[in-house]
Design a protein around this ligand. Structure first.
Ligand SMILES: [Zn+2]
Length: 208
């Protein structure tokens, strides 16, 4: 278990690097698409942190923390997507100067780091349902983090700053939609994580 605990701890640290890196680069480059992905990765951070805490907390408290994290994660993410879309409307009318190169570089780095997070969770994913969800999610995030790369490339090639806003709105709308769908279909598991069964429980040592 200590081995898995270390892997999840490393995943939390790597994910923090993504959140901070994208936020700093996004503010520096005036890139809304990078800022939206930073917010998205911050919500993933809460999920990873909760997985990490589950190693230390007693089962009951572990489930409570998971429940709070799930609610914050989903409702918070939908709210922030709404804020991003409102911000995009303002930016679309008065687009600030966006750097094309920074979102491309930061997006590639974030995609590589998300791949690293997924790799760290891969082994544990075979034993635990929550870890498996986090693993599959972060594997998908490798592609999501390429959205700022697309935004940067479009700004770079066309010279139009609105391209960054369009990509940011698409990602925010998709995140809000997929989170709302997840809440609707998995509300039971999100609010009562004890109902989630591990398909492959950690194998116990056979003493016979
Ligand atoms: Zn994610």
């Amino acid at each position: 278990m200590a081995h898995f605990q270390r892997a999840v701890g490393a995943a939390v640290i790597l994910n923090t690097v993504i959140v901070v890196g994208e936020a700093v680069a996004g503010l520096h480059a005036n890139s809304l698409s990078l800022l939206v992905d930073s917010v998205h990765n911050f919500s993933d951070e809460l999920a990873l942190l909760c997985l990490y805490l589950a190693f230390f907390l007693p089962a009951y408290l572990g489930r409570q923390s998971q429940r709070v994290a799930n609610v914050l994660n989903s409702l918070g993410l939908i709210t922030l997507c709404g804020v991003a879309i409102a911000q995009a409307v303002v930016r679309f009318q008065h687009p600030p100067q966006v750097s094309g190169v920074i979102p491309m570089l930061a997006g590639f780095a974030a995609a590589a780091a998300n791949y690293g997070v997924a790799r760290l969770l891969r082994e544990m994913a075979s034993y635990n349902a929550t870890a498996r969800l986090a693993y599959l999610h972060n594997k998908g995030d490798v592609v999501v983090s390429l959205a700022p790369v697309l935004a940067g490339a479009l700004v770079f090639l066309t010279g139009r700053n609105q391209a960054d806003v369009l990509v940011a709105v698409s990602v925010a709308a998709w995140l809000a939609f997929s989170t709302a769908r997840e809440v609707r279909t998995s509300a039971n598991e999100l609010l009562w994580p004890e109902h989630v069964e591990c398909l492959h429980p950690v194998p116990s040592v056979d003493h016979t």
